[in-house]
Design a protein around this ligand. Structure first.
Ligand SMILES: [Zn+2]
Length: 414
């Protein structure tokens, strides 16, 4: 944990500043804290493997006791949810190997973790829309300098989009420690992970951010009213302070993983005087599939919003947000180019032949809308693909990249 993070961290309960308790066990490397105890006026919290844990769930209490007893490896096991010695051995050997992939560590964490669809995350319809919305809105707001917060950002798949948009690292906040730990190593290495509970006050100083978002998670938060006010507190005082809630389910339309969804009107009420603009996801998805521009200047009528399975709410004082945003024509690769794992590929010499195969019917039911951009069958020029993988031009494959047949994934994803 970089000490600069202490400037914006606050205790979620007393609001006080946090400091490293130097009289207790700690491991520091240069000016970064690897393991230690942070103290405020009311409480103590552990830093586990460089990640501050600012809540008091049982795992965090156990981890703090392990740090105080100078056993940081046991603290990491507690936060990773390791339950027995066999699992600990699998996890620790996967962690120690430089060759381990995201997939290797997910598998070492066991079948209860992540659900198994992470391989396809970068091409699933929810992600494709969210990525376009976040890139358009956060890009306009941050202007390459502002600080972003991805609250309930999970394994950092969208935080990765934020990292590219500003020279100030975004903060990735989530309750599930293994997810943010994976994000730091694989999906969003440029972000600052913080482990905290969205059903409590967020552990940040007022006005630490210019942009605060929550994507595909808001319907699972019980304290919705507190959480929205906390997002606004996080951006308070910034002349571009923007709050975005993306892909939250609509109580009026059933969807898989429904959560405790609200109606469009009830979501709007949570924003009180901030008057958010609300968009139906299906129309944003249609924009992305058409491949030209994302239209945030439109106003969706209440009857249209009532029929949407998922909604996006944006409150922003930045004029440029509610306009039409060209979809990025040139990808900015930071990872590695792969053929979308939803395709079964056979090598036909000069070209690769891919056939779309869903992992199972359940996946197809929830994410089948990806057929709107993923073709059932595809041919890929092998020489052009190999050139792209070794840093060559993307233009020859631009259409396949736009259609997510060829995808840019984090390094060592699987
Ligand atoms: Zn406190």
């Amino acid at each position: 944990m970089h000490p600069d993070l202490l400037d914006i961290l606050r205790c979620p309960y007393c609001g006080g500043r946090l400091e490293l308790v130097t009289s207790l066990f700690n491991r520091t490397e240069g000016n970064t804290v690897r393991d230690g105890i942070l103290g405020c006026n009311c409480c103590v919290f552990p830093v586990v493997d460089g990640i501050p844990v600012l809540h008091l769930h049982a795992s965090a209490v156990a981890a703090r006791q392990h740090i105080e007893a100078a056993a940081p490896e046991l603290a990491l096991r507690a936060m990773a949810g390791i339950e027995n010695d066999d699992q600990a051995e699998r996890f620790e050997s996967a962690v120690a190997s430089k060759d381990s992939t995201y997939r290797d560590i997910v598998e070492a964490l066991g079948p209860n973790f992540e659900g198994g669809y992470f391989l396809y995350r970068f091409s699933d319809p929810t992600f494709v829309v969210a990525d376009a919305v976040v890139t358009a809105v956060a890009g306009t707001v941050l202007q390459r300098t502002g600080r972003a917060l991805d609250a309930c950002g999970g394994s950092g798949h969208l935080t990765r989009s934020l990292v590219r948009l500003s020279s100030t690292p975004p903060v990735l906040a989530d309750l599930f420690f293994p997810k943010i730990w994976l994000a730091r190593r694989f999906t969003a290495p440029g972000a600052l992970p913080v482990c905290c509970d969205a059903n409590a006050p967020l552990p940040f100083a007022r006005g630490s951010f210019d942009y605060a978002m929550c994507s595909d998670a808001f319907m699972f938060i019980w304290m919705k009213r507190l959480f929205v006010s906390e997002l606004f507190r996080a951006v308070a005082g910034s002349d571009r302070g923007t709050v975005l809630i993306n892909h939250t389910h609509n109580q009026l339309v059933w969807s898989p993983s429904h959560g405790q969804a609200l109606t469009p009107g009830a979501y709007r009420n949570l924003f009180e005087t901030a008057s958010p603009r609300m968009f139906g996801e299906s129309r944003l998805f249609a924009d992305v599939v058409a491949g030209r521009a994302l239209d945030l200047s439109r106003v969706d009528e209440p009857a249209a919003l009532a029929a949407e399975a998922a909604l996006t709410l944006i409150a922003s004082p930045v004029e440029g947000v509610f306009e039409t945003h060209p979809l990025a024509s040139s990808p900015r690769p930071a990872g590695e180019w792969r053929i979308n794992p939803l395709f079964e590929v056979d090598d036909q010499g000069a070209r690769l032949h891919g056939v779309l195969r869903f992992p199972n019917g359940e996946y197809e039911f929830e994410y089948g809308a990806c057929r709107e951009y993923l073709p059932g069958e595809v041919f890929i020029d092998k020489a052009a693909f190999q050139a792209l993988q070794s840093g060559g031009p993307f233009e020859p494959l631009a259409e396949l990249i736009r259609r997510r047949v060829v995808v840019e994934l984090p390094k060592k994803y699987y």
